[in-house]
Write a protein that binds this ligand. Structure first.
Ligand code: 5GP
Length: 172
């Protein structure tokens, strides 16, 4: 199955390299703990850390707030990180900031661990849908209000493997 392409594989790779450079310049030589928000950010995380030129500790957190294409408005932690982030430079990595519920809840949660610094990276951001204020320090692309799939993002578990970001135009 193929979908209308919103962001090509090449554009993603170029932008990921740019973000990684920003991160490397900012932390030059200091250790960063990259926390990927599963499952959607796993490909973005994998590409990003391979371009970051500063020591990286990788961890993952799994949360769910979505059923189908609509937010349930609640955040559930399915799997927590193993790393103690107190005094560490933390970068939370999201696939997409939609209402902002997930990332704003995670930021509040991580602040309680007193990290040295706390940053947010996101592949995508849909400004039209935002409900919870959130500062994205490293943003790859701002997009219109489409439900998107590919490059880690799914529709009911499918299409994460697509190398581009596409607009889901199938049955909901
Ligand atoms: P938020 O909490 O910001 O409303 O939503 C964040 C999560 O919702 C994302 O991590 C992602 O899992 C899911 N999500 C929001 N919009 C989309 C979309 O357009 N496509 C997909 N596949 N997931 C989305």
């Amino acid at each position: 199955m193929s979908f209308p392409e919103l962001i090509s594989k090449d554009s993603i790779q170029k932008r990921v390299r740019e973000l990684a450079k920003e991160i490397s310049n900012e932390f030059h030589g200091e250790e960063v703990v990259v926390v990927g928000v599963l499952k959607g950010s796993f490909i973005f995380c994998a590409d990003l850390i391979r371009e970051i030129d500063t020591p990286v500790i990788l961890d993952f957190i799994s949360v769910s707030s979505y059923e189908g294409t609509e937010s349930t408005g609640e955040l559930k932690i399915n799997l927590d990180i193993k790393t103690d982030v107190t005094g560490k430079n933390v970068i939370l990595v999201e696939d997409i900031v939609d209402t902002g519920l997930t990332i704003s809840s995670l930021v509040e949660r991580f602040k309680k661990s007193n990290p040295k610094s706390l940053k947010v990276a996101s592949l995508l951001y849909k400004p039209a849908r935002i409900q919870h204020k959130v500062d994205i320090d490293y943003l790859a692309f701002e997009i219109e209000d489409h439900f998107v799939i590919g490059y880690g993002l799914d529709f009911n578990g499918l299409y994460r493997e697509l190398p581009y970001v596409g607009i889901y135009n199938g049955e909901v």
